[in-house]
Design a protein around this ligand. Sequence first.
Ligand code: DQA
Length: 144
Amino acid sequence: MKILVLHGPNLNLLGHREPEIYGEMSLEMINQKLEERAAVVGAKLEIVQSNHEGVLVDALHWAADRVQGVIINPAALTHYSIALRDAIASLPLPVVEVHLSNIYAREDFRRRSVLAPVVWGQITGFGPLGYLLALEALLTRKAW
Ligand code: DQA
């Protein structure tokens, strides 16, 4: 099984960026935890972080016939990227949307995800654990 993990704009700054909201764990540490979990079950991860919307769209197109599921933290693009929404809607794959913070407990503009209607599910507010929960959901999806 292969899974694409996408991290959107500014997530390369995790650990330094507003740690009171996003925590102290770096993106490298989060990716390492995901790799460790995936290795236990022999799953492969393709991990991409980009600050550019088009790179994320291209990665989703690439994923269509190469992976069995996608984990995406679209970061700020969550709230307005119709391009990402359309790319996700075009995929014949389960996509899990992850947010470190609880976007529904924050500013008004963060309380709306334009992606939520086209993803399989959303995990929000559990910090880095959210990525592992998303991975677990994709790995065990067929068992439920
Ligand atoms: C975020 C929430 C977004 O509103 C914000 O723009 C981010 C991170 C989160 O993981 O909590 O960059 O997606």
